[in-house]
Design a protein around this ligand. Structure first.
Ligand code: SAM
Length: 255
């Protein structure tokens, strides 16, 4: 088993932290995913969202009446997801698990993974393991849609040191980019307000960027065919990032 990412403390404040930079990622990506679903005439009843985090995307899909499972390695993130789903009175099956190795007891029409969850796999071997796992849980001819951060995204979007201060928490973030190993690390210190004092905890998020050919080879190895790939930039124009900081992929399983 390779390195584990730690999200449990950050998860508690993650939604509010990301809101300080703009709309929720699930809101930004959904129109692009809907277009793919429409254009490829995917008949959808069941969705598995990998690295679902605090559940925003999974909940949006469940609100459409689909049978949705959200899988994440962080029980802290799933705790937040559970509360959000209960508030919206929507049913999602939440599973603590690893996207490289989980065993599902059902098949899915669509597997998704959004907001660079796939970048959290830190080697080509882990990427292959995840694709093999996905191909096993797809119905024949089912689809897998995911987005990825490119190197440019880490260089342009990730900062050196930043502080976000909110009434309920302060988050200090220190990023490092390791070009040799094609990795980026975010060290997070979360100060959570508890009455008149702060409780301090730390998390480390590690991500890796992959070349197009690494993704294609790993997909082929798992019997998945790349049927769509496009570079994009989901963030508001005024943020000034390059148009190709991320890519969106759609793979199809064997029929
Ligand atoms: C950037 S967050 C994205 C969360 C969510 N998809 C969203 O749109 O807000 C990445 C998530 O991937 C999860 N993750 C990282 N490695 C994982 C793994 N091997 N298996 C399952 N989840 C993983 C983390 O716990 C984290 O919740």
């Amino acid at each position: 088993m390779s390195e584990r990412v730690r999200y449990d403390h950050f998860a508690v404040v993650a939604d509010e932290y990301w809101r300080s930079f703009g709309p929720e990622f699930s809101e930004l990506i959904l129109p692009r995913i809907d277009r793919l679903i429409r254009e490829h005439r995917i008949r959808l009843r069941s969705v598995l969202d990998l690295g679902c985090g605090t559940g925003s995307f999974a909940i949006r899909m469940a609100l459409r009446g689909l049978h949705v499972t959200g899988l994440d390695a962080s029980s802290g993130a799933l705790g937040v997801a559970r509360r959000k789903a209960a508030q919206k009175n929507v049913r999602v099956r939440w599973v603590v698990g690893d996207m490289r190795s989980f065993a599902a007891d059902q098949k899915y029409d669509l597997v998704t993974s959004v907001f660079n969850s796939v970048n959290h796999l830190l080697s080509a071997r882990d990427l292959r393991a995840m694709f093999v796992t996905v191909s096993r849980v797809l119905v024949p001819g089912g689809h897998f849609i995911f987005d990825l951060n490119h190197r440019k995204c880490f260089e342009e979007v990730w900062g050196e040191v930043s502080v976000v201060r909110k009434p309920c928490f302060t988050l200090v973030r220190c990023d490092e980019i390791d070009r040799k190993h094609q990795r980026a690390t975010a060290h997070l210190v979360v100060f959570l307000k508890r009455g008149s004092h702060y409780v301090c905890s730390t998390d480390t998020i590690k991500e890796k960027w992959f070349s197009k050919s690494t993704i294609q080879q790993a997909a082929r190895h798992a019997g998945l065919r790349v049927i769509y790939k496009a570079d994009f930039n989901p963030f508001p124009k005024q943020m000034g990032y390059s148009p190709d900081i991320k890519s969106l992929w759609m793979l199809r399983g064997e029929a």
